[in-house]
Each structure stands twice: as C-alpha cells, then as structure tokens.
Design a protein around this ligand. Sequence first.
Ligand SMILES: Cc1cc2nc3c(=O)[nH]c(=O)nc-3n(C[C@H](O)[C@H](O)[C@H](O)COP(=O)(O)OP(=O)(O)OC[C@H]3O[C@@H](n4cnc5c(N)ncnc54)[C@H](O)[C@@H]3O)c2cc1C
Length: 425
Amino acid sequence: MQQTDPIVVVGAGIGGLVAALSLHQAGHDVHVYESVDEVRALGVGINLLPHAVRELDALGLLDRLVAASVQPTTLVYFTKRGQKIWDEPRGLAAGYRWPQCSVHRGTLQQLLLQATLEQLGETRVHTGHHLVDLENHDDHAVAHFARVRGGAAEVSVRGSIVVAADGIHSAVRSLRYPDEGMPRWNGALLWRGLTTAPPVFDGRTMVWCGHPRQKFIGYPVADLPDGRQAFNFIAELTVEGQELAEREDWNRAGVLEEFIGPFEDWRFDWLDVPALIRSAPGTFRFPMVDRDPVDRWSFGRTTLLGDAAHPMYPIGSNGASQAILDARVLTGCLRDIDDPVAALERYDAERRPATAAIVLANRGFGPELPMQLVEERAPDGFDSIGDVITPDEIAQATEGYRRTAGFALQSLAQGDSLADLDWSR
Ligand SMILES: Cc1cc2nc3c(=O)[nH]c(=O)nc-3n(C[C@H](O)[C@H](O)[C@H](O)COP(=O)(O)OP(=O)(O)OC[C@H]3O[C@@H](n4cnc5c(N)ncnc54)[C@H](O)[C@@H]3O)c2cc1C
C-alpha cells in the first residue's frame, strides 16, 4: 500500500491495540486514539480461542499471554442439578498447536498496551481523544476528536485510512448507520464477577451449568501464590416481560439480591455455586445485547473492526477472539492490495459474512444447544445421560459451532497466521 499519512486506529481496546501492533509489525506508521484519559484494567474474565492465540503468537506475544493467563484443558457441561452432560478437551489437550487462554480482560488489555508503547512508542498512543466525526476523501481520511467525551471536535487528524475499533457504542458505526438505534436485547441479564477460590476440579476446567435460560459459567483466569485461583463467573437469567431500562455498560454494578435467588439450590457436590457467587466482592450486570449485521463496514478509507463492526452476544468466547482475527485479516489485505480502498473492501468481504454467521448462531443456542436439549428432555434429571442425548448429537452441535466460529481443529492444522495468507484474490 502506498502511504504518506499514518494509519489512524480509533479505540485502544483489545481490537484496536492488536490492529495497531499488527499493522506496525507490517511496516505501517500507526497512531492510536483512545477516548478515556487513562486505560485502566477493567472488566472480568474473557477467553481467547486457539485461532486468536495463533495470531498473538505471530505478533510475538505468546509467552507473555501464557504467563498472564490460565490455559484450560477441559470444558464440562452440567445440568442445573450439577449432573454431568459432556466433557471435551480444549486447547493443546484437544490437539491444537495453540492453547486456549482464559485471562482477565484488563490484564490482556494492559499487556497489549504495554507492547504497543514498547513497539510503536509513547508518541503513537493518544488517550483523552474521543472521536466525534469522520471525513472520507479520495486520498486520505480525517478523524475529528473531542478532548471531552461527546464534546465539540478540537483535534483533527489526517490518516491514510481510519480503522474504527471503538467498541459496542461505536461513534463511527453510528455515523455510518444513524438510524440503527439501541442494540437488541434478548431478555437475558448477565452478572459477571471475579472471586478467589480453591481450584475447581483440576484448576484447568471450565464449567457450564444449566441451560440457556438460567446458566452459570465459571473458569479460572490466574493461579495465585497460595494455591488458590482468581475465578471468573457469569450467572445468567432470562427475565420475563421487562423493558431494558438501561444502556448497556460493561462497568455497571450488579446487586446480589437481583439474581442470587434462583441459584440458591445450585449446591453441587463439586461446587457450591451460591457460596462462590457470595464470595465475590461484587458483580457487573450486563444485558445480553447484539446488533443486526450490517451491509458494509468499509466506506472509502474508513472501516470498522471488533465490537464496532459485529457486536454479538458474549457467548462462546468470541468477542475478543474475533476482534483479533479482524485485525490480522486487515493487515494481510493492506499488504497484498495496493489500493487502500480496495484493501478495505477485501477485508470487509472476508470478515463481515464470517462474523455475521456468529452473531446469528449466538441468537440460537450456539454452543449451548446440548444444554438446551437435555433441559427439554430431562428437566428433572436422569439416571444415565445416554438415555437423554447421544454423544454424536453433542459432538455435532459443538463441532458445528467450532466451524462457524472458525476454530475447527482441521482449519488450524496448516498453521499459517491469517496475516500471512494471500489476500490479493
Ligand atoms: C471497560 C470494558 C470492560 C469490558 N469487560 C468485558 C468483560 O468482562 N467480558 C467480556 O466478554 N467483554 C468485555 N468487554 C468487551 C470486550 O473487550 C470486547 O467484546 C472485545 O474484546 C472486542 O474488543 P473491541 O476492541 O472491539 O472493543 P472494546 O474492548 O470495547 O474497546 C473499545 C475501545 O474504544 C474506546 N472508545 C469508545 N468510543 C470511542 C470514541 N468515540 N473515540 C475513541 N475511543 C473510543 C473505548 O474506551 C475502548 O477502549 C469490555 C469492554 C470494555 C470497554
């Protein structure tokens, strides 16, 4: 790509920082503009799937990521009574060349920020810049930033292209789709928390319990020196007949009494769920929202990436993973196609349909289909799981989801990073 102006990346979240690192590694001059004054380690746990970890490996970040995370080797599905439905190996244990990594979102963001500051230099990361407007020209784009969030533009920056990784409330997306309105809510609320606990099973196991209308998900994100672990959990309930009164906010505090009741009898011989929830210092409440896939991300010299492009239900470990894949495909397209406008269109043509399929799969039961089937067929429990569902049925559902999300074992066998593929075709 011919370029005189730098690439402007909007948003220093997971997607924006990986885009910055990846484009810098490919030889571009990149500047990152972030709305908040200080990037703090916010959020709770997230998971990176092996195909996303492969891309961070290609960026030289694998050792740091492994040191900062827990690599689960097993995922176990249970019923709401704690009866086991199914277990499957994950990451290296499943035969992938890369692990799955469970990590605190803030830890991952700080790791990426540190790498960005080291590799691009401090002068390339601009906090306190909230994007409010965007111009597209034949040979450049201009991003307008306010120093106070939502204020009038005070700083205008020219870029060869502008990559908008500004998250679920993307200002760039709303400039492109002004009538889109609020995200869609499916009636479920998530209470996300982090506590300190002795290892559950072997300390490398993710547990999914219940069914899509009432669910508990738990996994460790760090080993602690005293043998305990930082343990992430999500308690999810579908609530009937309520309007969503709030704009979704990753940092909204949850109230224990709002959700603990239905989980009170989830005291299994392998985990006391209500005691674990109560041991957390607090929770964050987040509604299950997404948006309909749009027809276009790339407009001239501007494009969308990560949650700005494809906000989806936080199911199946896709939020951060898919943002990382976006960044790597974008890098490959800009390398292989000289005309930046055509490169952004190629990126759009590749990633938009792929991520739209995940948005839609997550509106169904996604990877939770086996839990739903068992709840429908045996709501009062069972003597033998084989009487309720066959291993083939489960394997078909889980493998189908892996294919949709792009991490079927076979598809990673070749080993090439996405950015190294030929994107000229
Ligand atoms: C504070 C926070 C906490 C989160 N916690 C969790 C969690 O616990 N679990 C989970 O699954 N996911 C969480 N997420 C979402 C998760 O990070 C994303 O789904 C995923 O990593 C994709 O990342 P992204 O870079 O597209 O978006 P994000 O990680 O959301 O990053 C977007 C970035 O853009 C910045 N930004 C927003 N608007 C503007 C603007 N107009 N101008 C400039 N910059 C702007 C934001 O401040 C943010 O840094 C959280 C996101 C945030 C922002």
